[in-house]
Each structure stands twice: as structure tokens, then as C-alpha cells.
Ligand binder design. Structure first.
Ligand SMILES: C[S@@+](CC[C@H](N)C(=O)[O-])C[C@H]1O[C@@H](n2cnc3c(N)ncnc32)[C@H](O)[C@@H]1O
Length: 250
């Protein structure tokens, strides 16, 4: 059973992550992880709506959660990716960029990208879209320059129809914790391939649980130039940047 982000949280360490190189040092890892997890808080007043709070980009973000599926809670990889986006704005500037998130779940990553100025399309399976839309609307209305969109994207399904290559050009593809023991890993890879153009950058936070996940990373390496840009051993999470293989050399 994987713990939710809030179970780790509430420690405060005032150092900020701004890293490109993999971080293997145990103490440093723990400090940054504590800083990331401190962005999460639980409401002090109990209400009949179950939500969890987060602090990113100078905003308090409230995420309504459910308990019945993988996409109904915020996973630690999402926090890692949000923190990375917020603390690496110079290198990965979201302002006015066309961004898609796949497997967006409760929408935290899409909300943070939107608050950072991106034109965001948040996607997931149809049954997740109601809660996703609710969270995105409530947290970006009158705060984001570009109103985010919520759209169905079941990996590998109807890609040409719903995301035609001729008109869909994304600067960034964001993904947090989309690789685990589900039967759609081939379709996920296909989706990355379909959405990724010459100039697209994939930022992908991955939690390692089983060997199957290592194999997926090897498959990705065959199709993309993959770079590990941050590592959090205490969470078993790595953050990758991927771009189309041999881009610009054709
Ligand atoms: C572990 S959750 C991560 C959610 C969110 N990114 C986060 O980190 O909090 C995995 C997400 O992938 C989505 N997902 C799983 N299989 C999918 C598929 N075949 N097509 C589209 N999304 C899928 C789930 O609905 C869920 O939102």
C-alpha cells in the first residue's frame, strides 16, 4: 500500500530545490523531500467535503479527493513535479506554453502549471473528469491567465481523432505516477509518441515499485532521449525529461 502525500508531511526545512543533476545524497534528499511534503496540509475544520490543501505558486490550492480509484487522491509524484515546476521556472518556463497533462487524476499538476501561466489541457479517463474539472475550475478561476481545459484521454484510444497531429502541438507533456501495475503500458508509450513533436519536452515523475516499471523506462529509452533530472531515493521517485530521439537531425 502506498502512502498518500499528507502522511509524509508537516515537516519544514527552508531549503529550496533547484537541481538539474541527479541527487543521490541521502541527507540532501531527505531535506528536499521534507520541503516538498511540507507543501501539503490537511484542513483544521472537518467538513463533509473531503479535501487536502497544498501551497504552490503563492496560492492555497484545495483538492477534493475521493477514495475509490487511483486518480482520486494526490500522489507524491504529483507533489514532486509541482515543486520542480515552481522552483525551476527559469529553465522550464510555463508562461504561455501549450501544456498537456496525461493521467491528471485530481489535477494538482495541471493547476500549478496553469497558475504558472501555461495554457493547460488536463486529461484522464472519463470517470475522473468530473472531480478533475471541479478542482481545476475552483483553483484557477480568476487566477490563471489562460483558462485550463479538461478533456478525456484514454491512453492509446482515438488519438488521431481527438488529438490530431496536424493541430495539436504541445510544448510540454506532464505526467506524474502514470506507470504502475496497470495493463495499459503499451498504450501509454503510444500516447507519449503521438503527442510528442520535435520541440515537445516531456516532464515525467515516476515512482518505482516493481521490476515492470524498470522495463518501461528501458522501452522509453528506445524511443526518446531520456534524462534523469532529479531523484528522491527516500520516496523511490525519479523525475525524467524526455525528448524525441534524434530530433532535428533528420
Ligand atoms: C496513480 S494515479 C496518478 C494521478 C495524478 N497524476 C497524481 O500523481 O496525483 C494514475 C492516473 O492515471 C490514470 N490512468 C490509468 N490508466 C489510464 C488509461 N488507460 N488512460 C488514461 N488515464 C489512465 C488514472 O485514472 C489516474 O488518474
Amino acid at each position: 500500500m502506498i502512502k498518500k502525500a499528507s502522511c509524509y508531511s508537516q515537516m519544514f526545512v527552508p531549503s529550496l530545490m533547484n537541481q538539474e543533476a541527479p541527487q543521490e545524497n541521502g541527507e540532501e534528499d531527505k531535506e528536499v523531500v521534507a520541503e516538498i511534503m511540507a507543501r501539503c496540509f490537511v484542513p483544521t475544520v472537518i467538513t463533509n467535503i473531503s479535501w487536502e490543501g497544498f501551497h504552490f505558486v503563492g496560492h492555497e490550492i484545495r483538492i477534493a479527493e475521493a477514495t475509490d480509484c487511483y486518480g482520486a487522491v494526490v500522489w507524491p509524484s504529483a507533489l514532486v513535479l509541482c515543486y520542480f515546476l515552481e522552483t525551476n521556472v527559469k529553465q522550464y518556463n510555463m508562461a504561455d506554453k501549450n501544456v498537456i497533462e496525461i493521467g491528471a487524476g485530481t489535477g494538482l499538476v495541471s493547476i500549478v502549471a496553469s497558475l504558472l501561466g501555461a495554457q493547460v489541457t488536463a486529461t484522464d479517463l472519463p470517470e475522473l473528469l468530473g472531480n478533475l474539472q471541479y478542482n481545476i475550475s475552483h483553483n484557477t478561476k480568476a487566477k490563471s491567465k489562460h483558462p485550463p481545459q479538461v478533456k478525456e484521454l484514454s491512453w492509446g484510444v482515438g488519438l488521431d481523432q481527438h488529438f490530431p497531429r496536424a493541430t495539436c502541438t504541445f510544448d510540454y507533456i506532464l505526467a506524474a505516477d502514470v506507470v504502475y501495475a496497470h495493463p495499459f503500458l503499451d498504450q501509454l508509450l503510444l500516447t507519449f509518441q503521438h503527442l510528442c513533436k520535435e520541440t515537445t519536452v516531456i516532464l515525467w515523475a515516476m515512482r518505482f515499485r516493481l521490476d515492470k516499471e524498470n522495463r518501461f523506462v528501458e522501452q522509453v529509452k528506445e524511443l526518446f532521449d531520456l534524462e534523469e533530472i532529479a531523484s528522491f531515493p527516500s520516496l523511490n521517485i525519479k523525475l525524467y525529461k524526455a525528448v524525441k530521439r534524434n530530433r532535428g537531425s533528420a
